[in-house]
Design a protein around this ligand. Structure first.
Ligand code: CA
Length: 226
C-alpha cells in the first residue's frame, strides 16, 4: 500500500512516515500543497493524508483539484483542534474522513485500514490464480500440484500480489518500481528484472504452471503456461 503524506510540519510528517513504514506501508511525504497535488495526481496512492493549513495551496483546494481530475484516492484530512467548520468543508471538498490533531498513531492506523478497505483493496490473507496460492499473512507461495511451499521476502510478495491482482495484464516496469519501491526511489529496471527473476525461480520451484512473461519492452504479465 502506498500512502502520501502532505503536511508542512516536517517533524509531524516524518514521524507519521516512520510509523507507517513500520507497518509496511510505502510512504512519500511532501511539505506543501502544490507538491501534494502533483504527487496525488499520479494516482498511485491508496490513501492521501492531507493537512488543511499548507503553504502554496490549502488542503481543501488540493482535495477539490484531485476530485476535479477524477482522482478517487481516499483522502484523510488533518484538521486543527476541533474546528467543526473545517470538518464540513473538508468533506464537501471530497475528503473521505478527517482526524483532529493531535491524534494517536493507533487512531491513524485504524482510520487508514478503514479507508483502504473501503476502496476494495482489502488486506487479504491469501490470493489465488490458476494453480498458485499466495499466503499473504505468512509470505509464502504454494502450488496446488506440487505440494511445495516457499517463502517470499517482502518485495517478492508485494510484486506477486500486484501480478496476481491483474493476471494477464501487462504491468510496466515503471509501474512496478513506483508500486513496490515508491514514487521517489532510485530503483531502476535492473531491480525489477532481479525480482522478476527471483519470482520465476520460486514459481518453478513450486512446480507451478503459472509464469511471468516479458512483454517486449512494455513490462511483464502473469499468465498460465499454455
Ligand atoms: Ca499545517
Amino acid at each position: 500500500m502506498n500512502i502520501l503524506i502532505v503536511e508542512d510540519e516536517k517533524r509531524l510528517a516524518d514521524a507519521l512516515a516512520q510509523i507507517l513504514r513500520e507497518q509496511k506501508y510505502m510512504v512519500d511525504a511532501v511539505y506543501d500543497g502544490a507538491d501534494g497535488l502533483a504527487y496525488g495526481e499520479s494516482g498511485i496512492y491508496d490513501c492521501i493524508i492531507l493537512d488543511v493549513m499548507l503553504p502554496s495551496m490549502n488542503g481543501f483546494d488540493v482535495c477539490l483539484e484531485l476530485r476535479k481530475k477524477k482522482i478517487t484516492t481516499p483522502v484523510l484530512m488533518l484538521t486543527a483542534k476541533d474546528a467543526i467548520y473545517d470538518k464540513v468543508k473538508g468533506l464537501d471538498a471530497g475528503a473521505d474522513d478527517y482526524m483532529t490533531k493531535p491524534f494517536s498513531p493507533d487512531e491513524l492506523l485504524a482510520r487508514l485500514r478503514v479507508l483502504t478497505r473501503r476502496r476494495g483493496e482489502v488486506i487479504l490473507d491469501e490470493m489465488r490464480y490458476e494453480d498458485i496460492t499466495l499466503h499473504i499473512d505468512k509470505s509464502t507461495l504454494s502450488c496446488a500440484k506440487g505440494f511445495k511451499t516457499i517463502h517470499l521476502n517482502f518485495k517478492e510478495c508485494e510484486m506477486l500480489k500486484l501480478f496476481m491482482s491483474k493476471p494477464e495484464v501487462i504491468i510496466s516496469k515503471q509501474d512496478l518500481i513506483t508500486r513496490i519501491w515508491g514514487y521517489d526511489s532510485d530503483a531502476g529496471d535492473n531491480n525489477v528484472e532481479a525480482y522478476v527473476s527471483f519470482l520465476r525461480k520460486k514459481l518453478a520451484f513450486v512446480e507451478s504452471g503459472v509464469e511471468i512473461v516479458s512483454a517486449k519492452k512494455l513490462g511483464y504479465k502473469l499468465t498460465a503456461k499454455g
